[in-house]
Design a protein around this ligand. Structure first.
Ligand SMILES: [Zn+2]
Length: 314
């Protein structure tokens, strides 16, 4: 028998589709902050898959990907249920910011607390209302700051079920990523549920390559789990990245690169340069390893030690 899904006191029966608002708190102006949650249910029993984005409020490619999937009516399950949350951190979205207004990161605040800081209240509300219903989740992110991530899934290779689903998503890279304390992914792992973190593009941009890859991956996962009736698009065989490292700035100045994100590089290849702003100094930046470029920093003004290029090693 299909399970019961009650969110914010609203019962969504099998075969129904509803939008439910999660009320977190209010803005100082008294404007309530609601998080719209879309629930799409089939009559037939099956897994519940969560698609969510905007946990970091300035990371918009995933918001756009879920928006398009809803607008194009791509989330009609033939089996099980789909819960779609296009924007979890409304506060950050309004402030073009990763965090909530007190500077805390929702993804470092799980499982949250009813009476804690705002970030911790958002986490608590999610854990109470959404988490218990979910079997599988895809959480859509972009690089933080001015880092542009080439489309990639981050997951823990220690859990075979998770690694398998990451390959099914079939984006460019699958990266082994350690669990971070107080992250949502850690809560999923503790409960033996499967969660993939997608990273594509950079914050405060809408980038078609990252949005398309997010949608294709979500459809691949939903179809693999037999939740939707669509052939998988698995032309992409992801490159498996076991280790990763950052090439950092050895001197401060202006960083420039015309290296192609996602491309293969060899140890010793010149991947950019750093100059002073006055035409007196120039040094080249070289790769320290063979590997793939999985992310590039697009902020040209750098201090010593700043992350420039993220390299993934197969
Ligand atoms: Zn993020």
């Amino acid at each position: 028998m299909p399970k019961q899904i009650i969110i914010s006191g609203i019962d969504v029966a099998p075969g129904e589709s509803k939008q439910v608002n999660l009320n977190i708190a209010s803005l100082p102006s008294r404007t309530p902050i609601d998080i719209p949650v879309n629930i799409f249910r089939s009559e037939e029993d099956g897994p519940t898959v969560l698609l969510m984005a905007g946990m970091h409020g300035d990371e918009l490619n995933g918001v756009e990907a879920i928006r398009q999937m809803i607008a194009k009516k791509m989330l009609k399950p033939k089996k099980g249920s789909i819960i779609a949350i296009p924007l979890l951190n409304v506060y950050g979205f309004l402030h073009f910011s990763r965090q909530v207004p007190d500077g805390k990161d929702v993804n470092r605040s799980f499982p949250g607390s009813k009476t804690g800081s705002l970030a911790s209240r958002v986490a608590y509300c999610f854990m109470k209302e959404i988490f218990p219903h979910v079997d599988y989740a895809i959480d859509f992110h972009t690089g933080g700051g001015s880092i542009s991530n080439y489309p990639q899934i981050r997951c823990s290779f220690d859990v075979p079920k998770v690694k398998e689903l990451a390959s099914v998503f079939a984006t460019h890279f699958v990266m082994n990523a350690k669990l971070r304390d107080k992250s949502l992914r850690k809560e999923f792992t503790k409960s033996k549920k499967v969660m993939l973190v997608y990273e594509g593009g950079e914050a405060l941009r809408l980038q078609e390559f990252a949005v398309k890859s997010a949608i294709r991956g979500a459809m691949n996962v939903l179809s693999f789990l037999s939740v939707i009736d669509k052939a998988q698009n698995t032309d992409n065989k992801p490159i498996i990245i076991n280790e990763d490292l950052w090439i950092r700035a050895r001197s401060a100045g202006l960083f420039r690169t015309d290296i192609r994100n996602g491309s293969r590089i060899k140890k010793g290849d010149i991947i950019g340069s750093i100059t002073d702003p006055y035409g007196e100094y120039k040094t080249s930046v070289k790769s320290s390893h063979d590997g793939y470029i999985v992310a590039v920093n697009h902020q040209p003004v750098v201090n010593q030690g700043d992350a420039l290029i993220h390299i993934g090693i197969e």
